[in-house]
Design a protein around this ligand. Structure first.
Ligand SMILES: Nc1ncnc2c1ncn2[C@@H]1O[C@H](COP(=O)(O)OP(=O)(O)OP(=O)(O)O)[C@@H](O)[C@H]1O
Ligand SMILES: [Mg+2]
Length: 356
């Protein structure tokens, strides 16, 4: 079922959060709202669930305008960050809860709940109270409870953020499998870009109540349309562009920046206030020497050893630049205080400050 937001306005305390927001979520997709804290992700999800009524605009489920349909008639399954399980009911009763209201017998409800618990690998814990479960187990129960009613729409609000990294990765593939199996349109909210890229058919990048970019994960990551998307999704370094000069002998565009001359193969037009978005993973660390165009001298300010990669924060004339180096390709780990030369890639994209 396709979901549409049409011309949504929403203000809190005189401050407009959404202005004429339009968004279409195609049927059957795993669709993620990605953005920093306070950008409006949960509010959009609560509008879909029916907990929040927009000041203006419509919400459609397929062709049906559900703007005035109350929560319990919307037929949505919801999973929150904090599980929201009933503490005084067993796991089984928690999962069967939504079915009871649908006019089926208790025995049928329990059978379906048990089958769903089996799907999430928890049938042996059916009689326990939620207080006797781990965080990951609680979240599986919450997923089972949301899916057992076979909803028209599944809403997931940061369901994994309270869990440790390993469990998060494990549970996110379970969520994706269940979603594909059920073929159900799903709206997932997160501020974790890796999670968004790993799970989604499409991602909407949001900033302060605006949708900045919508696309498949590789589009969002590979072709950010703005400085915000490049910085938030790809952790790109943003280098202001002063003006364009004549192309170099290789035919690449030559840009004057506060870091000196930089080159790019990007063909996007250059508008005032644009940046070059330089990914830390594409910067090469060289030993200090006289910088050539495209190179930037710096001093290592901070080293973060992560196993596969090493994160360096390098102080340069431009401010700090983040570099992600593959551990295996490093002859030696640089130390805090080491002088280095950064070789900037020619593949960086030109991005504009605002949304495109
Ligand atoms: N009921 C409310 N009353 C007043 N302000 C609200 C209300 N609900 C949301 N807001 C404000 O709207 C903005 C968006 O809130 P929302 O909860 O949608 O953000 P979010 O993107 O989910 O953030 P987070 O990642 O922190 O959960 C925030 O500035 C918030 O304070
Ligand atoms: Mg939220």
């Amino acid at each position: 079922m396709q979901i549409s937001f049409e011309g949504i306005d929403q203000s809190y305390g005189g401050h407009a959060l959404f202005k004429q927001l339009d968004l279409i979520i195609p049927s059957g997709q795993f669709f993620t709202l990605l953005g920093p804290s306070g950008c409006g992700k949960t509010t959009l999800l609560r509008m879909l669930a029916g907990f929040v009524r927009a000041d203006r605009g419509r919400i459609l489920f397929g062709e049906e305008d559900v703007s005035n349909v109350p929560v319990h008639r919307r037929d949505v399954g919801i999973v929150f960050q904090d599980y929201a399980l009933f503490p005084d009911r067993s796991v089984l009763a928690n999962v069967a809860y939504g079915l009871a209201a649908r006019g089926i017998t208790k025995a049928q409800a329990n059978n379906r709940a048990l089958a769903m618990l089996k799907r999430v690998g928890l049938e042996s814990l059916a009689d326990r109270p939620p207080s006797a479960l781990s965080g990951g187990q609680k979240q599986r129960v919450a997923m089972a409870r949301a899916l057992v009613i076979e909803p028209r729409l599944l809403l997931l609000d940061e369901p994994l953020s309270a869990l440790d990294v390993k469990l998060r990765v494990e549970l996110r593939s379970m969520i994706r499998e269940l979603q594909i199996e059920a073929g159900i349109t799903t709206v997932f909210v997160t501020h974790d870009q890796e999670e968004a890229l790993a799970l989604s058919d499409q991602v909407a990048v949001m900033d302060r109540g605006r949708i900045i970019q919508i696309g498949a994960p590789d589009d969002i990551y590979g072709k950010p349309n703005s400085a915000f998307a490049a910085g938030f999704v790809g952790n790109a370094n943003l280098i202001p562009i002063v003006r364009e000069l004549d192309a170099d002998s290789q035919g690449d565009r030559c840009l004057e920046t506060p870091a000196g001359l930089l080159f790019t193969t990007c063909s996007r037009p250059l508008k005032p206030g644009a940046f070059l978005a330089v990914r830390g993973s594409e910067i090469r660390l060289l030993n200090p020497s006289l910088p050539k165009p495209g190179e930037l001298p710096g001093v290592i300010e901070h080293v973060e050893y992560r196993g596969n990669t090493i994160g360096y924060v390098v102080k340069t004339a431009l401010g700090t630049v983040n570099v992600d180096a593959w551990t295996f390709s490093q002859t030696s780990i640089r130390r805090r205080g080491d002088e280095v030369l950064l070789e900037l890639p020619r593949t960086s994209l030109i991005v504009e400050a605002g949304a495109c």
